[in-house]
Each structure stands twice: as structure tokens, then as C-alpha cells.
Design a protein around this ligand. Structure first.
Ligand SMILES: NC(=O)c1ccc[n+]([C@@H]2O[C@H](COP(=O)([O-])OP(=O)(O)OC[C@H]3O[C@@H](n4cnc5c(N)ncnc54)[C@H](OP(=O)(O)O)[C@@H]3O)[C@@H](O)[C@H]2O)c1
Length: 250
């Protein structure tokens, strides 16, 4: 069995790679920092193909698909992604467009191309690493929340289409709250609380994917928060999210 993981050089991508390797999966790992991917490969006792690519660039996304086409991937994990803290009128437009490319476009393209193959084989798994942000609007981290809304809702819709088709292909949206990775540093945040351990969240995601769970939320607190948020007025939710993210970026 072969898993393709984007963004496997750090954080949850790396931890999902380690967990899958412990279960005997061969891996194709993708990111820009090749040295970290090679370090990861050295730690694992399975076949690991290292691919250094910048997935912000659309042509590289197609290149990746063509590079692995013959490998018969069984599991695609769309994990590479990043955020950017700040007021919408102050944050870099260029950086946000890159974010939209990576968090939305790349996920959209790879999901479609692999899903078409998986449907033909009537087997395969796609795990889209979304976020609990995918169910909310996120002042002070607005573009990031919007990108995660896109991938969460896309994944949910595809899941329903597959159900109606009685397909054996599985798609799932992994929707964690804060996890201890390089995310905050990359997003230019300066403060985090209540983070989950990346290895625990990653293991949970993989286990739940194989149990064919659609929405995977790796903490009781976040599960409860998301459930209760359905009963809270939008205006209050926005105020709460503003405060939570404001403390991280001031
Ligand atoms: N940490 C959280 O609190 C949290 C919560 C919910 C969801 N998430 C989501 O979880 C996913 C993984 O993030 P993480 O928290 O594990 O953060 P992370 O440690 O910063 O990992 C991000 C990964 O994405 C890769 N990446 C970034 N830009 C890339 C590019 N242009 N091309 C290819 N790969 C790229 C990075 O590799 P290189 O830099 O080597 O390219 C790295 O391996 C993201 O989609 C994030 O939105 C995170």
C-alpha cells in the first residue's frame, strides 16, 4: 500500500508519515525542504520516495501527479498548507494568493485527479487536512479560515456523491483545532494555547480515516465547541473568534 503525503517535512504531515510507516505503508513524501524529507526517509523502514516541489505553483501540482501516476497510490493526504495572521487590509495580498493556491487550488486539483483514478479502481482513500476553521469565519486569520471552509465543504460534498454512487472510495476531512507544529511561526503568530500534540492528532486522523469517518475532529473539547457553535448566533461567534485570533497576532 502506498500513501502520498504533501507537506511531509514537518508537523502533522511528518507525523502521519511516521504513523503510516509503522503500519507498513510505503510512502511518497512531498515538500520544499528536501533535507527534512531525506531525514524522515532515513528514520523509516519502508520504501520512501522523496519529491521536492513547491506546490504553490500550479504546474508543479500536475508535475507531481504525472510523477506518481505509475506508483498506484492508495491514499492521498492533502496536508500542505499555511495561514497568515493580521487584519485583512494589512496582510500581504501576494502571500494570500499563494495561500489560496496551496490551500485550495492544489487540494482541488489533486483531489479531482486522484479521485478519478480511485473511482475507476473502486478503491482508495483521500484525507484532506482541513481545520476546525472550516466551520467558522476567522477575523484576524480571515483568508486562512476561508480556504479551510472551501476544502471542508468540498470534501463533505464529494463524500455524499460517493455515497450515492455506492463507491468504495473513502474521502474525509481532518478538522483539528490548534496543534503543536510550525503553523503559528509560519503564519507570523506569536502566541498559542491549548495545542494538541501533533503525533497524537495525526494518529487519530489516520485511524478515523480507516474507520471511514467523514469529519475527523481530534479532541472532545473541539468536538463540543463545534457542536455548540451551531446554536450560537453568528454575531457572537464572530466576536469570540476575533478575540481568540487577536491575542495570537497583536
Ligand atoms: N497546526 C495547527 O494548529 C493546524 C490546525 C488545523 C489545521 N492545520 C492544517 O494542517 C496542515 C499541516 O500544517 P501543520 O500544522 O503541520 O504545519 P507545518 O508544520 O507548518 O507544516 C506545513 C507543511 O506544508 C508544507 N508546505 C508549505 N508550503 C508548501 C509549498 N509551497 N509546497 C509544498 N509544501 C509546502 C511544509 O513543507 P516545506 O516548508 O518544506 O515546503 C510543511 O511540511 C495545514 O494544511 C494546516 O492548515 C493546522
Amino acid at each position: 500500500m502506498i500513501a502520498l503525503i504533501t507537506g511531509a517535512s514537518s508537523g502533522m504531515g511528518r507525523d502521519m508519515a511516521k504513523y503510516l510507516a509503522s503500519k507498513g505503508w510505503d510512502l511518497i513524501v512531498v515538500a520544499r525542504r528536501k533535507n527534512l524529507l531525506i531525514d524522515l526517509k532515513k528514520q523509516l523502514n519502508v520504501n520512501v520516495k522523496v519529491i521536492e516541489l513547491d506546490l504553490i505553483k500550479e504546474e508543479n501540482v500536475y508535475k507531481l501527479y504525472n510523477m506518481v501516476k505509475k506508483d498506484k497510490v492508495d491514499l492521498l493526504i492533502n496536508n500542505a498548507g499555511f495561514g497568515l495572521f493580521g487584519k485583512f487590509w494589512e496582510t500581504s495580498l501576494e502571500r494570500e494568493l499563494e495561500m489560496i493556491n496551496l490551500n485550495i487550488k492544489t487540494v482541488h486539483i489533486l483531489t479531482k485527479l486522484f479521485l478519478q483514478d480511485f473511482i475507476q479502481r473502486d478503491e482508495g482513500f483521500i484525507l484532506n487536512v482541513c481545520s476546525s476553521a472550516g466551520f467558522l469565519a476567522g477575523p484576524n486569520l480571515s483568508t486562512y479560515y476561508a480556504t479551510k471552509n472551501y476544502t471542508t465543504k468540498l470534501t463533505m460534498a464529494i463524500h455524499e456523491e460517493l455515497k450515492h454512487k455506492k463507491s468504495h472510495v473513502t474521502v474525509a476531512a481532518f478538522c483539528p483545532g490548534p496543534v503543536n507544529t510550525e503553523f503559528t511561526k509560519v503564519a507570523k503568530g506569536n502566541f498559542t494555547v491549548g495545542q494538541l500534540e501533533s503525533s497524537k492528532a495525526s494518529k487519530y486522523a489516520i485511524d478515523q480515516l480507516f474507520r471511514k469517518k467523514l469529519i475527523i475532529v481530534p479532541s472532545i473539547k473541539m468536538k463540543l465547541g463545534l457542536f455548540l457553535s451551531r446554536f450560537v448566533p453568528w454575531s457572537l461567534l464572530l466576536k469570540m473568534t476575533y478575540q481568540i485570533q487577536y491575542r495570537k497576532c497583536k
